[in-house]
Design a protein around this ligand. Structure first.
Ligand SMILES: Nc1ncnc2c1ncn2[C@@H]1O[C@H](COP(=O)(O)OP(=O)(O)OP(=O)(O)O)[C@@H](O)[C@H]1O
Ligand SMILES: Nc1nc2c(c(=O)[nH]1)N=C(CO)CN2
Length: 198
């Protein structure tokens, strides 16, 4: 929309206005976001629960739903080259803007002593931002939706469990993506449970 009377002023593309609006969180209008949690070192379930509790303890963030826990084959590396992961997906509402949410995710990874020594290496905890509202951005510091979420059953399957109508912004329905990717190497562990914080 061009409100300037100056003919040289270019209107801001609607897509940018929409995304600024989506990220323009204020206390009165919290935004929805989707977070993927993974752990394949240490006490994996305890660590996932600790990450969920840490998210809930974050000012301006409420955990709205926690998925079932999945035991999953390490993705992107040779089968059997790492311990299997426990994965889960968490739906949150937050007044934090995307970059602050990412910072919080990094702080939680540091709190659980995540060591980054190799790409896709084993880790105590991985906190990935899968989606933030409908934002689509190729900023390398925070790419939204997560650039590999649509091809990862360890993200799609738990996400589908807690939001069967979910869409990956710009990529389509989670249910459809999951039917394409399939569920190989992704096993629901109904014997394990993550508590939704009180
Ligand atoms: N959607 C996102 N969620 C989390 N980190 C992101 C995202 N988009 C970009 N990044 C950036 O990627 C950097 C590397 O992230 P990380 O080391 O956790 O990758 P990874 O989780 O091992 O691999 P992958 O990105 O394939 O999940 C982070 O420091 C962060 O700045
Ligand atoms: N099964 C599984 N594989 C992975 C995972 C993960 O969380 N689960 N995270 C990765 C980097 O984000 C790379 N590979």
């Amino acid at each position: 929309m061009n409100t300037s009377s100056d003919p040289t002023v270019q209107p801001v593309p609607a897509s940018v206005v929409e995304q600024v609006d989506a990220a323009d969180v204020t206390l009165s209008n919290p935004k929805h976001a989707v977070i993927s949690l993974g752990s394949n070192l240490g006490n994996r379930l305890e660590t996932l629960q600790g990450a969920v509790d840490a998210l809930e303890d974050t000012p301006g963030l409420r955990v709205k739903a926690v998925s079932p826990v999945y035991e999953t084959e390490p993705w992107g590396v040779a089968p059997g080259s790492q311990p299997s992961y426990f994965n889960a997906v968490v739906l949150i509402k937050t007044t934090l803007p995307p970059d602050s949410l990412l910072e919080r995710g990094h702080a939680i990874e540091e709190a659980f002593k995540r060591v980054r020594d190799e790409r896709w290496g084993p880790r105590t905890i991985d906190v990935d931002i899968v989606a933030y509202q409908g934002i689509v951005s190729d900023d390398p510091r925070l790419t939204l939706p997560h650039p590999r979420a649509h091809e990862r059953a360890f993200v799609l399957a738990p996400w589908h469990d807690i939001d069967p109508e979910a869409e990956v912004p710009g990529r389509g329905a989670v249910a459809e993506l999951l039917s394409v990717v399939g569920r190989t190497g992704v096993l629901p562990r109904a014997d394990l449970e993550l508590r939704l914080p009180e």
